[in-house]
Design a protein. Structure first.
Length: 253
């Protein structure tokens, strides 16, 4: 079994070297997608690449988180990997959890193994409190996804995941931004993918991070995510549980 660890990066000069050094302790195959960084990140990656030997995709300008993940899936499929583990590069996903994902891959017959910051709250797992609006939006949409799609998720937005590459190749996902997970869960339900969660640490290094595109307003962000979710369900409604059909698209035009 071949597993690729893939990390989308955007302006992470402060963290990229330390994260890569820690990831290298657990993963021989690493892909970095630099999504148009305008700080020192590209130079740091150029300096590190000869000694670390990671694969690199570079965008001339920022194309968005969803686009980066789709390209990662395509590269993993092209290069014949069985699994791809995605993680962030802002020190909020701990590379030391990579062996937990590898163990879950071996022990379970799943297609998506999603990290959850809320599966096991307390003790060493909750290192920070999430910003209130982010936790509320996550909880609201996670509950709605579970009710409409038949999952039992506790964290629908965590980007620390292991994905079966052959399953991801079958999905039709188009969102370029942070609403990408909404389409992912709909497509996973439509394709009857097997989904599970494992606990990961709850870490927020940058509670003031901007989402861009007017999405810093929590109500606007919730509405946007919900509309992406509803539109995604509408496109494959005949392949979803009957509970998905209660979604209302009236406010999403």
């Amino acid at each position: 079994m071949r597993t690729l660890v893939a990390i989308p990066v955007y302006n992470e000069a402060e963290h990229v070297q330390s994260v890569l050094e820690r990831v290298r302790q657990h993963a021989p195959d690493i892909l970095i997608l630099d999504d148009g960084s305008s700080d020192a990140t590209p130079q740091i990656l150029n300096d590190l690449r000869p000694q670390m030997g990671f694969d690199l995709i570079r965008h001339e300008s920022n194309a968005g988180y969803g686009r980066a993940i789709r390209e990662i899936f395509n590269r993993a499929y092209r290069d014949g990997y069985d699994w791809v583990i995605t993680m962030d590069c802002d020190d909020q996903h701990e590379p030391e959890r990579i062996p937990d994902f590898l163990e879950a891959i071996e022990k379970n017959d799943l297609d998506i193994i999603s990290g959850s910051r809320y599966l096991r709250e307390g003790d060493r797992w909750a290192k920070d409190l999430p910003p209130g609006d982010r936790r509320a939006i996550n909880a609201t949409l996670t509950r709605e996804i579970n009710q409409r799609l038949g999952f039992a998720l506790t964290d629908s937005f965590c980007g620390f995941k292991a994905h079966r590459v052959s399953a991801m190749h079958e999905l039709d996902i188009s969102d370029d931004g942070y609403a990408f997970p909404m389409q992912l869960w709909v497509q996973a339900a439509a394709h009857n993918l097997r989904v599970g969660e494992i606990p990961v640490e709850l870490i927020y290094n940058d509670p003031n991070r901007t989402f861009g595109g007017g999405l810093d307003d929590p109500e606007t962000r919730l509405r946007h995510y919900r509309c992406v979710l509803y539109r995604a369900m509408d496109r494959v409604i005949d392949r979803l549980p009957s509970s998905a059909r209660a979604a209302q698209l009236a406010d999403c035009n």
